[in-house]
Design a protein around this ligand. Structure first.
Ligand SMILES: [Zn+2]
Length: 182
């Protein structure tokens, strides 16, 4: 297995037409800003909640959870894994910006189910340097959510670990399924 270009590519219409995809985003931002009015909020999330989720492109957190601008912190990475850096963000979220509950969202069909820790080995063979991070690949999404909940609940840095709930988002139906922490 190679560590790059192993993911099938979709339609390449995003790279067609004038300019790069980033140019397209910058153009969209100009339209966004033209209609934007200052919401007059400070940095503390209105709902006092932090959502940790996978970076998956099919997961539109704000739409799926009925969230509005300013409602929550969203912390995302590959898998929605509770890494040290996620704990760093949650610690700042709780201690400096007043959030009190944590929602963890993994999902069906995650890319991390299709790779293994061999990814690190292959990467080392390719570039001559072993990454200092774990891939955090998994086979059982429910168990992975449980492990993530446990990592949040047992963190010594967090002020609020009593309201931590974990879910699997179904990318086919849009529905959340709650995972029992036990
Ligand atoms: Zn994912």
């Amino acid at each position: 297995m190679t560590t790059s270009a192993s993911v099938p590519t979709g339609p390449d219409n995003a790279t067609n037409g004038p300019g790069t995809v980033t140019d397209r985003l910058v153009d969209a931002n100009e339209r966004y800003a033209a209609a934007f009015t200052d919401p007059g909020m400070d940095a503390r999330p209105v709902l006092h909640v932090a959502v940790v989720a996978c970076m998956d492109a099919r997961l539109d957190l704000h739409a799926a959870l009925g969230l509005e601008l300013g409602d929550c912190h969203t912390i995302r990475n590959a898998g929605g894994v509770v890494t040290d850096d996620v704990i760093r963000s949650l610690t700042i979220s709780q201690r400096a910006l007043g959030t009190r509950s944590v929602v963890l969202i993994h999902h069906t069909g995650c890319g991390l189910e299709s790779i293994t820790e061999e990814f690190r080995h292959d990467l080392e063979m390719e570039v001559g340097q072993r990454p200092n991070w774990a891939v955090e690949a998994f086979r059982d999404v429910d168990q992975d959510v449980r492990q993530s909940m446990q990592r949040v609940r047992t963190s010594p840095f967090l002020l609020h670990t009593d309201n931590v709930r974990g879910f699997v988002f179904d990318v086919k139906t849009g529905l959340l399924r709650e995972i029992d922490p036990a």
